[in-house]
Design a protein around this ligand. Structure first.
Ligand code: HEM
Length: 443
């Protein structure tokens, strides 16, 4: 029985909740007049009204949720009461897993799930390592010649190569990489596109055509040609699913392919870029991670993973998770009516000083010391929690760790300039280029 919502067998009727505290309209007006970022408004609403608080951008109310128990209630305990709304990203990913709902989502998740856990992941480890080696080889060249590089672009290239190899069994070639910049272009444009899906698709028609051409070519190659050097990939799993499940039309296979490309590279790439920017400010963290153990040791791997987790604490790339209440509910003692828009914000939960002492400070030891971090699952959730948590969690951690194991011991990096702000779009990413030069390689 759920003590938050049930009155047990006593005849008192359903438990009554308190109204969610709501920010006064003046607060929103003042934020608007200053042209602030959404994160600034959310931060102020949280500071003044706590971990469950409402505000209005228009006539409808949005409830901001940062309290760990409420996060767990929505995402993990009662996900059926809080669903994803019609997803903006549908313009790009159609009916792909990230946007799908109901029984379609269940079926689609079942098809892909086994590839991303335990033994399923083993098939992709070699491909991830090859992508890391390719990047390390390129960096070796930059270091020898003194040529500068853009860290953000390098990380995108690596993450795209890792997922492309896992999908198709082939390394990413320059032509495909160029065409797939259209995925980033559409993703970046999503927040500003018209709300009507047809109008939105028209606005980015040229980029969508480039993406569709790459997808069609990859699907045809996977269907007719031999598997790549690493054997069949995720795309083959989707094509095989079509033999038993008629809903796997070419359109749905395209949507899943684009979903895995989009969800599976920008997130990892921005995390790795933030990590390098943070190491620039905290060079001792790199030394500590490398000193934790020798090459290939479990201790070094854990220390590198702690760098990744601390980066994801400060910059969880999916920084807001929108939901909509499907039924009246009592959320941590507050009344939430059916139809209410909810914004869960890991970015703010991860910076709550009551959960994370000195929250703005980059300290990877939080993820190494026994009591270094709060144990509540709703206190740290860069990959979400519950049934709709990130499908690619293990993939993302693995690729990040393997790449850093290749790069960190060999190269130091000097940024020519660093972005001074973050962009809070679909993901939170550095605002601007990240040019750098590598120090001489260490042998
Ligand atoms: C650091 C990297 C990553 C982060 C921070 C991240 C974060 C997330 C989060 C927070 C969600 C849940 C969204 C919600 O509940 O509204 C999610 C979902 C998802 N992610 Fe990731 N992700 C990352 C990497 C990846 C990778 C590498 C892949 C694929 C290889 C991937 C594929 C997906 C998919 C398919 C979903 C939708 C799952 C579903 O709805 O059933 N992600 N991700």
């Amino acid at each position: 029985m759920d003590p938050e919502t049930s009155s047990g067998s006593l005849p008192y009727g359903p438990a009554a909740g308190r109204p969610v505290p709501e920010a006064e309209p003046e607060l929103v007006q003042s934020w608007r007049s200053q042209g602030g970022e959404l994160v600034e408004l959310l931060s102020e609403v949280r500071r003044r009204f706590g971990g469950i608080a409402a505000f209005r951008l228009g006539p409808a109310r949005t409830v901001l949720v940062t309290d760990p128990q409420a996060v767990q209630h929505i995402l993990a305990r009662h996900p059926e009461r809080y669903v994803k709304r019609s997803h903006r990203a549908r313009v790009l990913i159609g009916d792909g897993l990230l946007a799908a709902t109901g029984t379609a989502w269940q079926r689609q998740r079942r098809v892909l799930q086994s590839q991303f856990t335990g033994t399923g992941m083993r098939r992709y480890e070699h491909r991830i390592t090859e992508a890391a080696r390719t990047t390390a080889g390129r960096w070796g060249g930059y270091a020898r010649t003194g040529q500068s590089l853009d860290v953000g672009r390098e990380m995108r290239r690596f993450a795209l190569d890792a997922i492309w190899r896992s999908l198709t069994g082939h390394p990413l070639d320059d032509g495909t990489e160029r065409e797939l910049t259209a995925v980033n272009a559409v993703a970046a444009a999503l927040p500003t596109l018209p709300t009507d899906v047809t109008d939105a698709r028209d606005a980015v028609a040229a980029d969508l055509a480039r993406i569709d051409a790459v997808a069609q070519h990859a699907i045809e190659a996977a269907r007719s040609g031999p598997a790549g050097p690493d054997g069949p990939g995720l795309l083959h799993v989707l094509i095989d699913a079509a033999t038993e499940r008629p809903e796997y039309t070419d359109r749905l296979i395209r949507d899943e392919l684009v979903t895995l490309l989009a969800a599976g590279h920008e997130t990892t790439a921005t995390t790795l870029t933030w990590l390098y920017l943070l190491l620039d400010r905290h060079p001792a963290a790199r030394e500590q991670a490398l000193a934790a153990g020798g090459e290939g040791s479990a201790q070094r791997r854990q220390a590198i993973q702690a760098l990744v987790h601390e980066t994801l604490r400060l910059y969880p790339s999916a920084w807001i998770l929108p939901r909509q209440a499907t039924a009246d509910d009592i959320l941590a003692g507050y009344t939430v009516e059916a139809g209410t828009d909810i914004l869960i914000c890991p970015y703010l939960t991860h910076r709550d000083p009551e959960l994370w002492p000195g929250p703005e400070h980059f300290d990877p030891q939080r993820f190494r010391a026994p009591d270094g971090r709060p144990a509540h699952p709703g206190a740290y959730f860069p990959f979400g929690i519950g049934p709709r948590a990130c499908l690619g969690l293990q993939f993302a951690l693995r690729e990040s760790t393997v790449l850093l194991e290749h790069l960190l011991p060999v190269h130091t990096l000097a940024f020519h300039s660093t972005p001074t702000k973050a962009v809070y779009g679909l993901t939170v990413r550095p605002d601007g280029p990240t040019p750098a030069t590598l120090g001489p390689p260490r042998t």
